[in-house]
Design a protein around this ligand. Structure first.
Ligand code: BGP
Length: 506
């Protein structure tokens, strides 16, 4: 048998994308709750609050808050061994800066975890999944402010203490490296609650991104240390958004561009795992003269709070071309679909630079060797095996956990109510095969696999319902209409067999 006996087959979601009940049980608003829906090329916007007539898809989401008992029963029928979700920070600390937690919020997760454990489903908990308390964003400037470290650690310590006998697997910041492209953000804030001043230059944006990332990494490391003191059995991991970045050609400049791109996007896991900043990054900080607020105490915290495993999401791979060499005289470069536009000042600044600075929107190109989803996400199962090897070699075969993977697609409900989603099965089958090959042939140390959005939920990127990942269908459309009824798709039964056979039967 390829996979370990106790392999954590599961499913992944995030509180704000499925719970709803956005102000129930004294919950405060998070960034996600004040975000409007996007669609048809319109980006999601973070507003000042609740504006009548606008669609706030996360307010009700799929109403898991009120339906969790019947949903968890269905998850048990699917055969899940674990359930990855987040604890909504604003259920516990509605504004984020209070001293005392909200008991009603704590009770909700007690009940939810009890319900999971009743069926032998292990909760796997993300502490922060794109759901910062909105108050911390408006009052403090999000993770651009050092004070956020204390607020986060208080939240983490509170829930880790409360659930120390119910939850063993934790993750600190979901896709912490999703800030790596500081030129593209959810207007007017980023995931970390950063608001760039109007007219901010690329230098100022980049500096703020690194500063916020540093505060998050310190908060994460302190959490790991405190968590291990609360319960030495805790497994506390990082969570990285991994898109393998290939050189577009074997031209040496493209090869070098891919190496630098991997550093710029994935240095976060170096700090999480090794407990210090890599030299390629400190050199870069010096060269750029960022003068970041990094204290000696911070550096000790990073060393003392190394993670137990690396969790990561994998949906697609990228390809990179050294644009300095290939940009045409009118400044035109080819950009991967769905990847925004180049800020003119940045293009002018950096294109002639002698170093290989990575600017995602400028440098990523379409890979003609792979197909893409309707949202331009390039489908590449082998890229997952490549990523598993990259992490394993880099971190000496530390345990890895694939905590997100999946295929966002538009599903059609047939007249008889059935939903056939062979495209989803095909995507998942190919990725599971690639992951099993990595274990069997490459010696990768893999803890588990939790496909994303195994029950349909609100898309984080677009706020749509129609971009579905689920094996469980939820009757709700982009306008928020529908009965919210749950229905099994064809992929439900397929995944059930995969779990039962521990991945032998694909
Ligand atoms: C990841 C996020 C998830 C999830 C997923 C799919 O980046 O961690 O929250 O939503 O991507 O993205 P989307 O919902 O935009 O299709």
């Amino acid at each position: 048998m390829t996979l370990r006996k106790d392999f954590l087959w599961g499913g992944a979601v995030a509180a704000h994308q499925l719970e709803g009940g956005w102000n129930a049980g004294k919950k405060g608003p998070s960034v996600a709750d004040v975000m409007t829906a996007g669609a048809n090329g319109v980006e999601r916007q973070i507003t000042d609050g609740v504006i009548a007539g606008l669609n706030y898809p996360n307010h009700e989401a799929i109403d898991f808050y009120h339906r969790y008992k019947s949903d968890v029963k269905l998850f048990a029928e699917l055969g899940l061994k674990c359930f990855r979700t987040s604890i909504a920070w604003t259920r516990i600390f509605p504004k984020g800066d209070e001293l005392e937690p909200n008991e009603e919020g704590l009770q909700f997760y007690d009940d939810l975890f009890d319900e999971c454990l009743k069926y032998g489903i292990e909760p796997v908990i993300t502490l922060s999944h794109f759901e910062l308390p909105y108050h911390l964003v408006t009052e403090y400037g999000g993770f651009g402010n050092r004070k956020l470290i204390d607020f986060f650690v208080r939240f983490a310590e509170t829930v880790m203490t409360r659930y120390k006998d119910k939850v063993k697997y934790w993750m600190t910041f979901n896709e912490i490296n999703n800030q790596a492209n500081y030129l593209r953000d959810f207007a007017p804030f980023t995931n970390s609650g950063l608001k760039f001043p109007e007219g901010a230059t690329a230098f100022e944006r980049e500096k703020l991104m690194y500063q916020a990332a540093h505060y998050e990494l310190v908060a994460s490391a302190l959490t790991v240390k405190i968590g291990h003191a609360i319960n030495p059995d805790f497994q506390i991991g990082a969570m990285i958004a991994m898109c393998s970045i290939y050189p577009a050609t074997c031209k040496p400049e493209d090869m070098m561009a891919s190496t630098v791109a991997m550093q710029r996007r994935y240095w976060f896991s170096d700090v999480h795992v090794r407990g210090h900043y890599p030299a390629y990054l400190t050199t870069y900080f010096d060269r750029k003269k960022f003068n970041l607020d990094i204290t000696q105490e911070d550096l000790s915290a990073l060393t003392e709070g190394k993670v137990d495993y690396v969790g990561f999401s994998y949906y697609m791979s990228f390809a990179i071309q050294d644009q300095k060499a290939s940009v045409s005289s009118d400044g035109t470069v080819s950009i991967m679909p769905g990847h925004g536009t180049i800020l003119p000042e940045y293009a002018a600044d950096e294109l002639g630079a002698p170093t290989f600075d990575y600017v995602e929107d400028r440098d990523l190109v379409k890979n003609d060797f792979v197909k893409a989803s309707e949202w331009g996400w390039q489908i590449d199962p082998l890229g997952l095996r490549w990523a598993l090897n990259w992490f394993s070699e880099r971190y000496d075969y530390l345990p890895l956990f694939i905590v997100e993977n999946g295929f966002g697609a538009i599903d059609e409900v047939k007249a008889d109510g059935s939903i056939h989603d062979p495209y989803r099965i095909e995507y998942l089958r190919a990725h599971i095969q690639a992951m099993e090959d990595a274990v069997e042939y490459d010696g990768v140390n893999l803890m588990g696999y939790t496909p994303w959005g195994f029950i349909d939920l609100v898309s984080a990127g677009t706020g749509e319902m129609k971009k579905r990942y689920g094996m469980i269908y939820v009757d709700k459309d982009n306008e928020g209409k529908g009965t919210l009824e749950r229905r099994k798709k064809e992929s439900f039964e397929w995944y059930q067999k995969v779990i039962q056979s521990n991945g032998e039967e694909l």
